[in-house]
Write a protein that binds this ligand. Structure first.
Ligand code: S3P
Length: 427
């Protein structure tokens, strides 16, 4: 499928599930690969990005068996990965490249990580610098870009890192390397980013501590136990359908078994501040993560200001929030979102330019967006630019626009949300 056509929807009245969480699936596959014994991952996300992680771990000698939506992983132990025969291809996945780099710091062989053209334009110094401080030998094109060649020392040095960016990928890279270091590895971030790595490691008995924006791990960790885990629904995927419901007054949607980890629910919080009725029911804990049924009722929307400290918990939903803002009263200002420029595409530029084709009144700032509300979007031909989150945000824009919207390069949604177009058509 190279392009998708989308038309205006009436009201939404549906009860859906969305695919499993991408961030948690990556971590489960990596930690199961490092565990001692056989782990089971139930309901893993079978998407392009998670396939990259499966392939990379298999290339380092890990046996991963698939049975429907369950993965069985025969862990090699923390220090038991094997030198890959060729380069490790992370495809489009930043999470794969950055987290695996931390794991490689604790091995005693050399490996090279590469990726597609989008990943090859994403900055890596943010992990290269801390890893070098930990005594790891890292080479990169122009000291910044893929391919990355990493030769682990087996026992990195414990350091204290002050990260200028709030990035769970950078934090996770350092914490994973810290599993192998003698003493306390400490990571400080400007705002708390998603904490799935910390929760997972803690559930496996790793001494990890979090206090505000400071996280530390005490190594070296001798072994990780094998585990049996269930991956909850992805709140970032749920967000597209929550947004559609919010924009169609009188609509109602229930989304089942969604991860409602507070480091991920910023979009739902923003919707509720905009006047949407959002409620979480049957909140329970599944494999160390809070999970709930999410109910959304569409109504009248008013715009809000999104502050820099709000960004990490809705980082992947910012383009979608800009779509919702076009329908709300007043003006939305999104501040402190410069990180969006170094995602799978420059998402601030992409969403501004593509929504403008649909008649949106939107201004791109250096590190944010201004969106004028109460605008009627018109169908147009728009491009995903090969970025899954831009494709899906434009699909939701097209679902409330007048006329027909054609989205080119539409198949990239499979990076995080297999079945997206079918679900959109069904709703
Ligand atoms: C992710 C962290 C975020 C997010 C990405 C997944 C993760 O990236 O945008 O989709 O799984 O750790 P950054 O750490 O670069 O902000």
């Amino acid at each position: 499928m190279s392009e998708a056509r989308v038309y205006r929807k009436g009201q939404v009245d549906a009860d859906i599930t969305v695919p499993p969480d991408k961030s948690i699936t990556h971590r489960a596959i990596m930690l199961a690969s490092l565990a001692s014994g056989t782990s089971t991952i139930r309901g893993f996300l079978d998407s392009g990005d998670c396939r990259s992680t499966i392939n990379v771990m298999r290339a380092m000698g890990v046996e991963i068996r698939e049975n429907g939506t369950t993965l069985t992983v025969c862990g090699n132990g923390l220090r038991g990965l094997r030198p890959p025969a060729g380069v490790l291809d992370a495809g489009n996945s930043g999470t794969t490249v950055r987290l695996v780099s931390g794991i490689l710091a604790g091995q005693v062989f050399e490996a090279t990580l590469t990726g597609d053209s989008s990943l090859s334009r994403r900055p890596m110094k943010r992990i290269i610098e801390p890893l070098r401080r930990m005594g790891v030998d890292v080479k990169a094109r122009d000291d910044e870009w893929l391919p990355l060649t990493i030769r682990g020392s087996g026992s990195p040095v414990a350091v204290e890192v002050h990260s200028p960016v709030a990035s769970a990928q950078v934090k996770s890279c350092v914490l994973l390397a810290g599993l192998y270091a003698q003493g306390e590895t400490v990571f400080h971030e400007p705002v708390v980013s998603r904490d799935h790595t910390e929760r997972f490691l803690s559930s496996l008995g790793v001494p990890i501590e979090t206090s505000g924006t400071r996280t530390s791990v005490r190594g070296p960790v001798a072994r990780l136990p094998a585990f049996d885990t269930v991956v909850p629904g992805d709140p970032s995927s749920a967000a597209y359908f929550a947004a559609l419901t919010a924009m169609l007054p009188g609509s109602h949607l229930t989304i089942r078994s969604i991860c409602v980890n507070p480091t991920r629910t910023g979009f739902l919080t923003a919707l509720s501040k905009m006047g949407v009725s959002v409620s979480l029911q049957d909140v329970r804990e599944v494999s160390g993560e809070p999970v709930a049924e999410v109910h959304v009722h569409g109504g009248t929307l008013r715009n809000i200001t999104v502050e820099p400290e709000d960004i990490p918990s809705l980082i992947d939903e910012v383009p979608l929030l800009a779509v919702v803002a076009t329908r709300a009263d007043g003006v939305m200002e999104i501040r402190g979102a410069g990180e969006l420029r170094v995602k799978e595409s420059d998402r601030l530029a992409a969403i501004t330019q593509e929504l403008k084709r649909m008649g949106a009144r939107i201004v791109e700032k250096t590190d944010g967006l201004i969106v004028i509300g109460n605008t009627t979007l018109r169908g147009a031909e728009v491009s995903s630019r090969g970025d899954h989150r831009i494709a899906m945000s434009l699909a939701i824009a097209g679902s409330v626009a007048e006329g027909e919207t054609t989205i080119t390069d539409a198949e990239c949604t499979g990076i995080s949300f297999p079945g997206f177009w079918d679900l959109l058509a069904r709703i």
